[in-house]
Design a protein around this ligand. Structure first.
Ligand code: FAD
Length: 568
């Protein structure tokens, strides 16, 4: 059997925002080192950032890092790692400056001042929009890739990594295959950075690639997972893909029910429509359950001068916009009312790691959204800020580890591994899509994903266990591309099961986790929920890591959730 063997110093899996920044920083600090970036998508495609608006949070004058930390302590209902947040926020200004140095532009008004949009009714947190609506993220990718090209960093695409190589507990590489040709690959490395994004459910806003297979690989290698009970359930148009409501809501957009009522004011007289989408989808679910659906989106109150920030000038949103209006349905998002629905997109859970990306497994760093950072609420622009900073920091740590980590080579039965990976090829069986649809039908119902309760979660868990035991092993793939889809679907099943188990375990309501049977927060449960492997996949061990308030500078005095009353 032919195996392509690549020896490198630093292996970075994933070329999204976090992976590109990790490569950039590691190549700056260790110019002699061999650095290899590998992605299951096309080479240099840039992960989700390529589709992103490019809106970026950064702490710029006159704001201070301390003000922003306090906003996040409040917004996260206390579940804020204040030391991690301080590292992210302190470095955010430098990453924005780097982007501008690389050629990215952020929106400036006629007087030359930066335009900003405050987020979620918070006192200080704000995003800075990209100059070109619809192309901001794409230009960030192009500029970062051009930096890596100048430094001759090796970049490979279409290679799906499926297992970490380990020797004496230390991660020292990974195995995978080319998703087009089916060729086998073995990467041996001194340090591995997983910058592989979130787990998710392959819906329109979540996109196709965040499926969490490295979360499963890391779990199997001994890493700890955290925040698995939090999923992004966001509001989306029923008929087409869109994004940008983080900018639309603060500028006057609102959701209305079938009676024409802007219902968020009823659930939150203080914040009204300008709030976190996870709270909006709770309200949407309640409105629909009470017979006041469908929910439509009203943009009529947005001022003309702000439309320049919202109308896409290029990219996938412009394609959609043009198709909807001029060419197709005669529908103008900014003029007509459109139906919107809650959509389950991605999982906020990820590998537990220090700010520098160190996981519980030596040799394995986690960066960007592959690691756990937020408890299920999200302020616009946070992802591009945090993934750039955390990627940069992981790259720095990897360069440092080259000096201290012992060089080890994994003993591995390659023949057996690849025989097992390729076993589904060419046999008869369920298609990945069939199994994915079954998983979605278990996880998407509102009482599992939005207004969670014990009975519905237990029912979902039972079915997910059945899917893991019966459907997942029965999948088959016609070619290497569908083998990639099959492995992704196996990971979606894993993430879904951990999501439901963790949702059952947190018996309270906090930040993005709403339990209708435990609708208030448990003051004794200000803790991160972590899980690690306990001998077998079927028996995860949960434990709580209390938020160490005595080590932090800011007490928890306010809770964002207190702005809402969801009793019907
Ligand atoms: C439409 C849209 C608009 C957005 N707009 C904004 C915005 O304006 N501002 C903002 O802050 N955020 C925005 N976001 C969110 C932001 O873009 C992402 O959260 C962020 O880019 C994630 O970066 P990442 O590097 O952590 O993960 P990803 O971008 O998901 O990158 C992970 C990479 O790893 C690869 N990978 C995964 N598993 C494997 C494997 N097993 N083997 C090989 N490769 C693997 C994937 O193919 C992917 O390229 C937007 C997201 C979307 C979808």
């Amino acid at each position: 059997m032919k195996i392509n063997r690549i020896a490198t110093d630093i292996l970075i899996i994933g070329t999204g925002s976090a992976g590109l920044w990790a490569g950039y920083r590691a190549s700056e600090l260790a110019p002699e080192a061999q650095i290899t970036l590998v992605d299951k998508g096309p080479r240099d495609w840039g992960g989700l950032m390529t589709m992103a608006g490019g809106d970026f949070e950064a702490v710029l004058d006159p704001d201070t890092v301390d003000q922003w930390i306090q906003d996040f302590v409040y917004y996260f209902d206390g579940l804020c790692d204040q030391k991690l947040m301080e590292e992210i926020l302190t470095r955010s200004r430098d990453r924005l400056a780097d982007y501008e140095r690389f050629g990215c532009e952020f929106f400036r008004m006629e007087d030359g001042k930066r335009k900003f949009v405050r987020q979620r009714g918070l006192d200080h947190v704000k995003l800075y929009p990209a100059q070109l609506k619809g192309r901001g993220g794409e230009l960030m990718v192009k500029n970062l890739v051009s930096q890596l090209k100048q430094r001759k960093v090796q970049r490979l695409g279409r290679i799906m990594l499926t297992e970490f190589l380990q020797q004496d507990g230390q991660v020292c590489g990974a195995l995978g295959f080319d998703a087009i040709t089916g060729e086998s690959y073995r990467f041996d490395a001194r340090v591995v950075i997983a910058a592989t994004g979130m787990g998710g459910w392959k819906t329109s806003y979540g996109k196709n690639t965040p499926t969490g297979e490295t979360m499963q690989m890391a779990w199997e290698a001994g890493a700890v997972l955290q925040d698995m009970e939090f999923a992004r359930v966001w509001n989306m148009p029923r008929l087409f893909g869109w994004e940008g409501q983080t900018v639309l809501m603060p500028l006057g957009a609102r959701f209305v029910n079938r009676n024409g009522e802007s219902f968020m004011e009823r659930y939150s007289p203080v914040l009204g429509a300008n709030t976190d989408p996870h709270y909006t989808t709770i309200a949407m679910a309640m409105e629909i359950r009470a017979g006041r659906g469908p929910i439509t989106f009203d943009l009529s109150r947005i001022k003309q001068e702000n439309l320049i920030l919202l109308r896409p000038q290029n990219g996938w949103q412009k394609l959609n916009y043009d198709k909807l209006s001029a060419l197709g349905l005669g529908l103008d998002l900014f003029r007509d009312s459109t139906e919107w629905v809650p959509q389950m997109t991605v999982s906020y859970g990820g590998m537990q790691a220090t700010a520098w990306g160190e996981t519980a497994v030596p040799g394995l760093l986690a960066a960007g959204t592959a690691r756990a950072t937020e408890p299920g609420v999200y302020a616009g622009g946070f992802a591009l800020m945090s993934t750039s900073v955390l990627g940069h920091m992981a790259g720095e740590k990897a360069a440092e580890l080259l000096q201290s980590l012992p060089r080890v080579t994994a003993e591995c039965d390659e023949e057996r591994h690849f025989a097992s990976t390729f076993a589904p090829l060419g046999r008869e069986g369920l298609t990945p899509k069939e199994v994915l649809t079954r998983i979605q039908s278990v996880v998407f119902p509102y009482d599992v994903s939005i207004l969670k309760n014990e009975q519905a979660l237990s029912r979902a868990l039972k079915e997910l266990v059945r899917i893991r035991e019966e459907d997942v092993p029965a999948m088959a793939a016609a070619d290497p591309h569908y083998l990639l889809k099959l492995i992704e679907t196996k990971a979606v099943a894993f993430v879904s099961e951990m999501y439901v188990r963790a949702s059952l375990e947190r018996r309270e309501t906090r930040a993005g986790h709403y339990r209708e049977d435990y609708p208030t927060r448990n003051e004794n449960d200000l803790a991160w929920l972590c899980l690690k492997r306990n001998g077998s996949d079927t028996d995860p061990e949960f434990y709580r890591v209390p938020v160490p308030l005595d080590e932090y500078r800011f007490p928890v005095t306010r809770y964002y959730q207190d702005n809402f009353n969801f009793s019907e």
